[in-house]
Design a protein around this ligand. Sequence first.
Ligand SMILES: [Mn+2]
Length: 235
Amino acid sequence: MRQRKAALKRMTRETRIVLKLNLDGRGHAKVKTGIPFFDHMLTLFAKHATVDLTLKCKGDLEVDAHHTVEDCGLALGQAFAAALGDKMGIRRYGHGFEPELGGAKSQKPGQSGRILSARGEAYVPMDECLARCVVDFSGRPFLVWRGLDRHAFRAISAGDRHQDASSTFRFGLAREFFQAFANEARCNLHLELLYGDEPHHVVEALFKSFARAVDAARQFDPRIRGLLPSTKGKL
Ligand SMILES: [Mn+2]
């Protein structure tokens, strides 16, 4: 089997990025973007997507976090497109709840949880939050972003700013990241916050649901080895 890995450098006047991705990794991450909260998000993405990710970015943080976050999304999307390659035999969709796989009765003792965990859980809770992500590595970029309008326009108080960095990592920045990823990985990416309030939880639930959906979509389906999961003949 071809190793699904990618390595790239992306140098602009705004950011300098070095990235390595192993799609069939074990969830190891080494991430340094200069934005600790963003490092936390990308590290937990690698963990929950079970990919290995090394990402170093030197961005123009003296301007703000925008270029760094967006360009890391672009680079990660490019790496995904490269590592997925021809997409032969992959599941392609990382989806939400599948009743026959996701229910508690499917969890028999001694049964490997691999398929279950790969296919049933693109809904991710984080305390009071619930986020859903559905991805399709379709070759067509599209981002659907729902449930966050209320947060996007919320003013950040001085108290919020002191409380933790996730409040200053505005929800709009998370959107920039996912839009950039969708554009470059050429995937449909549907993210929705079903409910929740606390900024750290909201963004973390989104990144985790993204990770789980991607984990499902990039896996091989043993029934279609060497085949493309598309009637079109190209993805
Ligand atoms: Mn956290």
